[in-house]
Ligand binder design. Structure first.
Ligand SMILES: CC(=O)SCCNC(=O)CCNC(=O)[C@H](O)C(C)(C)COP(=O)(O)OP(=O)(O)OC[C@H]1O[C@@H](n2cnc3c(N)ncnc32)[C@H](O)[C@@H]1OP(=O)(O)O
Ligand SMILES: N[C@@H](CCO)C(=O)O
Length: 391
């Protein structure tokens, strides 16, 4: 098969675990639904599966048209026949995270009793979840698909947190790990940004104590502002300058625009218009209570805290092969955080390589065209496959 082979998309999309899932907070969440997509074919030996973990607002539509936005999958560039994560060779799984809003159990799911009856949504009564809870849910899915060992677990940003959690919780269940644009703990600055986003949502009168769905409204303004602020952190000063500089859509205050006098409240600069657009399109595809729940899960993430405060202990004796990737202009999950991780892995005598990609695109560079990054992903997977004797 070659790169023109049509993408083989699996039929399965959804699995329900009636017994539920024990969460870090002590609650058993039941039932638990996991929505997922698969691409490619599982080998007879079941040894070619790659789990892709999505970032904060991503979902399972990694390599196919998104059902709400109509846009290509968020990693269509990376996943497919002949692509760096080659579906001619690998069987790719991607599931919507626990707490998400694209089919997996989350605040927007109906809360059911033991008999499966229910009409109310979870909303803010949804129990607090952690990155480890997300990974436990993925682990159930992987086992339900009949896979005992994953070839690799790969993900960027919050997806990278899940990759790291996989390596410490289920190290025997995976050959390789590729944590991208991530960190072993969420920094004070990142928690601070998340808190601003949460407060923007909560301050919106349409949030209604988290019960907005009961009144058939959404806190659109708060959620859009949260995304606008978050989106700035996903880019870089250089990228914003390159894209927009100080370009204006409308003349100076007091002048005349196409719709009349220019108000100081208009989107005068192109960059403002861009952010407003990013905010408004986000509201159409994401749930505000999921935003609250998932940002908290990220804030709690701290691998060392669960291992006597020593990151090295988390990886002691790990059999996993790591390739850690960072991007030079990423100030949200900077290269320094990746180095902290790599140093701990080295001290644990882990098998680790580290690549910093030179780019001005900021944190979201992992979602964009970056030939060096593509080569890194392809090279690492090919190397591990050869070493493991994968056909
Ligand atoms: C890993 C995961 O799980 S995926 C996570 C979920 N998905 C995302 O986060 C994707 C959403 N994020 C993005 O699209 C990010 O902007 C990026 C950085 C990844 C994409 O970057 P780029 O491809 O360079 O797109 P860019 O940031 O320029 O945005 C383009 C959009 O802005 C619009 N736009 C550009 N300039 C302006 C402007 N001045 N005013 C209004 N709109 C504008 C474009 O029309 C385009 O709209 P479209 O998406 O409807 O086609
Ligand atoms: N832009 C991506 C990455 C953020 O970390 C997202 O929204 O999920």
């Amino acid at each position: 098969m070659n790169s023109t082979t049509p993408l083989a998309i699996g039929e399965q999309q959804h699995v329900r675990f009636a017994e539920g899932l024990g969460l870090d907070c002590g609650v058993t969440l039941a039932p638990v639904d996991i929505a997922y997509r698969t691409y490619g074919t599982l080998s007879e030996k079941r040894d070619n599966a790659i789990l892709i973990c999505h970032a904060f607002t991503g979902d399972q539509y990694v390599a196919e048209e998104h059902p709400l936005t109509g846009k290509p999958g968020w990693w269509s560039r990376m996943v497919g026949p002949g692509k760096p994560i080659d579906t001619n060779r690998f069987f790719v799984i991607c599931s919507n995270v626990l707490g998400g809003c694209m089919g997996s159990t989350g605040p927007r799911s109906t809360r059911t009793d033991a008999q499966g009856n229910g009409t109310e949504l979870w909303g803010t009564a949804f129990p607090p979840i952690t990155i480890r809870d997300m990974v436990r849910a993925q682990h159930k899915l992987v086992r339900a698909l009949g896979i005992e060992k994953l070839f690799a677990v790969i993900g960027g940003s919050m997806g990278g947190m899940q990759v790291l959690e996989w390596t410490v919780t289920y190290p025997q269940m995976m050959l390789a790990a590729m944590p991208i644009a991530t960190a072993p703990f969420h920094s004070a600055q990142n928690i601070a940004f998340n808190e601003v986003g949460r407060q923007a949502i909560i301050a919106d009168p349409d949030w209604r104590g988290g019960r907005y769905w009961a009144d058939d409204v959404v806190p659109a303004r708060g959620l859009a502002v949260a995304r606008m602020m978050g989106h700035i952190t996903y880019l870089s000063e250089e990228a914003l300058t390159r894209k927009f500089g100080r370009r204006m859509r409308r003349g100076p205050v007091g002048g005349q625009g196409p719709e009349g006098p220019v108000s100081m409240f208009s989107d005068i600069f192109e960059v403002e218009s861009y952010l407003r657009y990013q905010g408004s399109t986000f509201v159409r595809r994401f749930d505000a209570n999921s935003y609250l729940s998932i940002t908290r899960a990220m804030d709690w993430f701290d691998i060392a805290a669960d291992h006597d405060g020593e990151l090295t202990h988390a990886f002691a004796g790990t059999p996993v092969r790591f390739c850690v990737v960072s991007f030079s202009s990423d100030w949200l999950f900077p290269t320094s955080a990746a180095r902290t991780l790599v140093r701990a892995l080295n001290r644990a005598a882990a098998n680790v390589s580290f690549v910093e990609i030179e780019t001005d695109k900021g944190h979201d560079a992992f979602l964009l065209e970056e030939p060096d990054f593509d080569r890194t992903v392809r090279g690492f997977l090919c190397g591990v496959a050869e070493h493991a004797g994968l056909a």
